[in-house]
Design a protein around this ligand. Structure first.
Ligand SMILES: [Zn+2]
Length: 79
């Protein structure tokens, strides 16, 4: 498996198929309304915003993996 784009870190992609949703509310990142709720904090948050946040804030690969787990809702829902 080769990666032609090596050099730039690949963006995080979260699985929010089991994420909670609700009425449109302002995203915590302040970029508009969203129906998605952050699995980790239960606050309004775009999936793309959470992905960008992890991509830019993860200190290393292990930290990134930990954040992805934390921000991925489990089957049946995690509180
Ligand atoms: Zn957002």
């Amino acid at each position: 498996m080769t990666d032609a784009t090596s050099g730039a870190p690949a963006g995080v992609v979260l699985d929010w198929r089991h994420a909670r949703t609700g009425p449109p509310a302002p995203c915590v990142f302040g970029d508009g309304l969203t129906i998605c709720r952050s699995p980790a904090r239960d606050v309004p948050c775009h999936k793309g915003c959470a992905e960008n946040w992890i991509t830019t804030h993860a200190a290393n690969a292990a930290d990134r993996a930990r954040l992805i787990r934390r921000y991925t809702p489990g089957r049946g829902g995690v509180r």
